[in-house]
Design a protein around this ligand. Structure first.
Ligand SMILES: [Zn+2]
Length: 204
């Protein structure tokens, strides 16, 4: 297991928050009126998280963030869909106006949406239209591989967006892929330089 590297301070905060969550600590004292004065007139989130909408995957809890720290966009299968105006508007606002340091695509174990990719024809029209229409595919020898490969596919889409590529080039925007294990609370991070997934260390 290699040392966790921090490409920026926002990422360090995410990992420290994750360790807080993993150790079973209660949520931090955010999301309450105590901090209202500090954030009433501005927001400076360090990261945006694109998560599946699965009720068991809650980015603010997993990263133990306070209000004002991360923007979250959720949809079935954590898709980066260029035809989804809501998603594109959120991404562009986060990258250009808020100038977040990181965008995380967060997949997870037991993702029913990925499993359903094998059998779109059996689904109600609204669900098959979304899962099939955004071009996702079941790719890999195992269920976990398919989820992880979908995360990588979405990262490739993300980096292919013109305004994201520009933010990476000009502002150092960092893209990350992660995989959350619902059953254990563990989190894997994709190391693009090494081309492999690795568990995030839960201790310094
Ligand atoms: Zn899911």
């Amino acid at each position: 297991m290699s040392e966790t590297t921090y490409p920026n301070d926002g990422f360090r905060q995410l990992i420290e928050g994750y360790r807080h969550f993993f150790e079973g600590n209660p949520p931090r004292k955010g999301f309450c009126a105590l901090r209202a004065e500090q954030i009433a007139n501005t927001q400076r989130p360090h990261s945006m998280v694109v998560s599946c909408f699965d009720s068991r995957v809650c980015p603010e809890a997993i990263f133990a963030t306070n209000d004002g720290h991360i923007c979250v966009h959720r949809n079935m299968l954590n898709q980066i869909d260029p035809s989804d105006a809501s998603m594109m508007a959120s991404l562009r606002f986060a990258a250009e106006h808020l100038q977040v340091q990181n965008i995380i695509v967060l997949g997870h174990s037991d993702c029913n949406a990925v499993a359903k990719l094998k059998d779109l024809a059996s689904l109600p029209a609204e669900i098959s239209a979304w899962l099939g229409g955004c071009g996702a595919r079941y790719r890999g020898d195992s269920y976990a591989d398919a989820v992880k490969n979908n995360v990588l596919d979405q990262l490739a889409r993300l980096s292919g967006l013109e305004f994201i590529a520009r933010a990476m080039r000009e502002n150092g925007l960092n893209l990350e892929g992660m995989y959350f294990h619902i059953d254990t609370g563990r989190l894997e991070r994709y190391h693009s330089g090494q081309g492999r997934w690795e568990f995030i260390q839960t201790e310094e």
